[in-house]
Each structure stands twice: as structure tokens, then as C-alpha cells.
Ligand binder design. Sequence first.
Ligand code: BGC
Length: 735
Amino acid sequence: MLTFKTKLLSSLLLGIAFTTSAQNNTPIYLDVNKPIEERVENALSLMTTEEKVGLCHAQSKFSSMGVPRLGIPEVWTDDGPHGIREEVFWDEWSGAGWTNDYCTAFPALTCLAATFNPDLSLLYGKSIGEEARYRNKTVLLGPGVNIYRTPLNGRNFEYMGEDPYLASRLVVPYIEGVQSIGVAACVKHFALNNQEEWRGHINVSLSDRALYEIYLPAFKAAVQEGKAWSIMGSYNQLRGEHCCHNDLLLNKILKQDWNFDGVVISDWGGAHDTDQAVKNGLDLEMGTFTNGLTTNGKFPYSSYYLADPFLKGVKEGKYDIALLNDKARRILRMIFRTTMSANRPFGRFVSPEHSEAGRRIAREGIVLLKNEKQLLPIPVGKYNKIAVIGENATRSLVIGGGSSSLKVAYEVSPLAALTEKYGKDHIAYSLGYASGPSMYGREEPSKLNTDSLIAAAINVAKGADVVLFVGGLNKNHFQDCEGGDRKSLDLPFGQNKLIDALLKVNKNIAVVLLSGNAVAMPWVDKVPAIMQGWYLGSEAGHALTDVIAGDVNPSGKLPFSFPKKLEDNAAHSFGKLSYPGDSVNVWYKDDILVGYRWFDTKKIEPLFPFGFGLSYTSFAYSKPSADKTELATDGIVKITFTLTNSGKIDGAETAQLYVSKQKSVVTRAVKELKAFRKIFLKAGEIQVVTLEVPVRSFAFYNEAKHGWEVESGSYTLLLGSSSRDIKGKVEIHVK
Ligand code: BGC
């Protein structure tokens, strides 16, 4: 922060120059009809060094300074990514107690990924963008696209699964949606924040191939196709440098190779050094651990790495002014794209349209994993007594989880919606199990007696025609929650024991799991129906009930593999050094074989595979054919087939196209997703479907040449209903 005297002096001096040049006409930077780059240069030319540095660091927990003298507004950021976080005190994490900031909670991003529907991602982005706009936010801190490497990662629920192609296709429309409302998306966490354990310092060691082929593509798509206006550096380190000021990631890859022209924002407290922050690509420093204004200057915002120490370095000639100008330019550009844009639409907040959007996304993301004896759906009137068991039937699942926790206008619980649907005389509820209070860094068991809870649940289940068990994880610490990883793959709070006990009195059980992660299912063969329901936001109960009752046919597909046991997962199969590391380093020994790439290549049977999801109807695929079988490296192959809804109910299927190369100069996954399409078909309807795949997407990253390379030779294209249910193959040759 600048001293008052310097500020006054510089603004007086510049004020004169400014008034003279702008006497009769609007200065260029205020002229919304001028091109943004001209406005940026003009504003920059009018600013003092102090004012430029003032743009580069926080002034409060979630905001940074504008240029008050020039009328350039402050930047207000807010989490993200599932709704607009409540207002907090100026310099604290705690809620400020405003009463106008109860938001709509949208489904978690794992659910969005499970829709396999880019149109819904656009709807998601627009809707949350409108909520952010209404609340006058400049930047929405989301979406997150870190790859699902281990089912223990506490933040997987905020991300889009294990496949770089799927995440890429879904992140782009989300960003386009948000930014169409004049709010900057901030894609996070760049990069390799794939675990919460030791997230502040863990140094990731991985091959270039794994980096470029698995962990970067979704960020690249976000930048180059989604044209994200900002990106958030991650807490961890890559090759010995913190990712918030990492030369390779930020200067070389992001800004040089990808031509990113937006703002690199640090994760909160992710900057550690002035020299590196100045030189290695950070533009806006947020949240450095500070008591800020509350303790009168003990680590106030002026002590941030990109505040006074930066200013001093520039004045002493230690740092080239060009480095400062570049950061200021990027921040100004973001401001002109958002708050100072003439085309900025208005927002709306907690509108019925947002509820409807949330409900649509939620019900399209729900994945039916098992459905024997057609236990589901359960139409109204089919059964007299439905037992609903489990804490997640009533618990709030928008609260907790860390920075994505939301203060919501409303949240419809599964129990409330089921009761509304079937009538209270037909629903009997029992808690069954209980989690403890959430304490940061501690797991507190519930004080309720487990045996009594089970006994009560058995009583309810015994007399029922069907049991809906609603459990899973929650957003407590060491569950699906930021700042820590899960301790095991198992369902917590004694749920396995409870399910076993329930099975003894009633075999008609549908297990509904609400979580952002895979869990082990020791009872998988004993229950007839299983549904993966994610965290579904404000409309959770309605969306689940829509599917359970059969008003909506489930069409979600898993965006990540469910392992049978933890050691089956690639990262874990290499032992502790591969996850979570030795507390200093983590070695990604699984390399490019993440998720289904590992299961398929190593021939390990997953519990449920990537891309899998059942429907209440059935689909038949014809034999696929290619428009050409000899292709150049810049060619595009079109794969055509007919898809038939061969059942009696309208529904949607996601056809998936994987590529496989048997003979290769490098290790390859047995198959990799390269295209997909979600197709809605009425019962009996037939549609001719064409999927297009550019040959260059078959490339691998050549480490020796530091570039992408398409190998010549033959490739097999596999058309499937999931990564493990391949319906047909086509052989093509690349010259
Ligand atoms: C999280 C970010 C979040 C930020 C601000 C950090 O701890 O990692 O995802 O946007 O806090 O709340």
C-alpha cells in the first residue's frame, strides 16, 4: 500500500496531465466503444507506478484495488464453483452476516461431468454467471479441472473427473457461459493439485507425457477454446517451484505457448517469494497469510510479495518496469472485459430459472449403477411403505467442504422431496447412522449410539416394501472436503455394517450414494439397486426423486472409475511414494495410466468403469463405419452408426468413441476417449449418429522433441456405451 503522501502527490501531478488531455472528450480508457487493447494502453499510460503495483495484490480477503483516481473499479472475486459464496468480513473468512446473499446451489462439478452434456455446462455457466453478476462479482473462482487421480482426494467433487478429454469438453462451455454475463471465470487449480494432503508444499514429480497428455489438456482447452479471462495457480509445487510462481507452468506453457492474455491469480496464500512472484508469471496475489487490517499493520496487505517489496524493487531498478506493466495490463484487460464493459448484461439471483437449471443438471448427472429385478423406478402407488434410511436423506450437503461451502436460499433434501412425492403416509424415515460434527483437522465421531441407530433403522426397514438407503460421504473434514484427503475408500460412519444389517430384514434395497468420490461397496452383489447421486445442490431432493419415481430416465455416466479396492487404483498401486508422497515429494509413478487407462491396460476389473451408467430403457448400436480409412495426420475421420432406443421408455444414451493403438513407439493406454455424444431418443426411435475425430487428437507428447506427434500406422476406433462395453470397432490407417 502506498503512503498517503505519495498517493496525493502523484495523483495531483497526473491529475493535471489527465484533465488537460481529456478536457473536451472522454479519455480513451473510458470510451467503451474503443477496442479493449487501446483502452488498456491508455489507462496504463495515465497510471503511476504505485497505482500499477496497487492492482497486483489483495486489499481484502476477496478483493483487490482498482484505480480510484481514474474511476477504475476494484476487482471482487468470489467462490465458486457451485454457487456464489456468502459475503465475508473484510479481512476474515467468517461470514459477514448479510441477509441478501443466500444463493442457489448448483450441482457439484462431478455431477456436471457425469451429464456428458456440454449444453448443460453452458446452462450451468450462464446461470452461475448471472448469480455472480447480480452480486457484483468481477471474478468467479471456478471451475476446477484437476484430474481425478485418487479417490481419496478431498476436492474431487469440485472437479470434472479422470479424463482430460471429458473435462476439456465440459469446461469450455462453462467458461463461455459465465463470461457471457461479463464475469471472469477463474479456472483452477493450475496445476497438479491432485491431492489435499500437504497441498501447500508437496512437490510433484512426473513425466512430461503425463503432464501434457493427462494433467494439462483441460486447462489448455479452458484457455484456448474457453478463452478464460483468469486462472488460479495451485498451492503445490512442480519441479521445485510453487505453482503460483512457476516459470515453466506460467511463463512458458500458459503465457508463451498458449498465448494466455488473462490474469494469473494466486490461490489464497499460494505466493511465497517476491522475486519469483514478479518474474515467474503471477499477476494478482491473493490471501497471503496475513492478519491484514485487523491487527494494525502486522502483515498487512502492503507487505504482500507483490505489494511494497515489488514497488521497492521496481523503484530500485531491480525489476524491469516491463514486468509490472505486463501484470497491470492483464488486470486492466480483465476489468475492461467485465466491470467496465459496455456489453455487460445484468444478472439475476435465486430465480426460478436457476432452480430449474440446477434440477435439470442434477437429474441428468445421476448415474444408475445397478438395477436388478427392476427395483427402480418406483412409480407412485406401487408400494405402500417406503423406508428411507440414512443421514444424507436429511443432512445439508451444500454446507462444508471448504471454500465451495454455500449459504443457500433453500435446499430440498431427499426425504422432503420423497415425502412430497409419495405422501407422508407412505414414507417412514430412520437416521440409521450418524456422522460427528465437522472440525478442521479432526474427525469427531457422533455421540449417538451406533447399535441403537441400527436397531431403529431395522425396525423401519422390516415393515417396508422397499428400502431407499441414502448415504455416501459428506462435506466433513477428511470426507469430501478441502484441506485434507479421505483416509480410506470405505464408506464412513458404519454404513457398511448398517447396510448388512438392513439386508437381513429386507432385500429390496436401493442404495443411493451422495458423494463426490468413489467408495468401496462390499455389499455390491447383495443389493439389487445402486444409484450414484453426487452433491446435487438446492434441488437435490427433487432431482433424485424425479429419477427414483421414474419421471426422469437416468442418463448420467461415470466421469471416473470406481475401483474394487484402493490398491487397484493406479496411483495407489505404486505405494506411498506415488500417493501421498513422502511429505516433500510425490512421484506420479502411474504416469499416463490414470483412471480407466490403468484399469484397461493392466486388465484390472473395476467395480464400475468410466463412462458407465444404466437407463430404464435399452439402446442398440449398429455396426459403426468410417467415412474413410486412409487418413493424413491433419485429417478428420467420421464414424457413423445408428442408435436405437430399443426399450419402452424415452431416454438418453451417451455414445463414446475411444482410440486404441496396438503398436506404438511409446507406452499407450489400451484406449483413450476422443469423442462422445449424448443422444435423446423416444422409445423405439432410431437415429443415425456421426462422431467426428481429428487425427491430430491421436498424438502423443514426444518428450525428446518437446512436441506433439501423430504416429503413422493403424488405429482402432472403439464405439462404446462405456469404456468397458464396446459395441463395435473400425480400423483406420494414418499416413
Ligand atoms: C482454495 C480456492 C479458493 C480460495 C478462496 C483456497 O483455499 O484452494 O479454491 O478459491 O481458497 O476461497
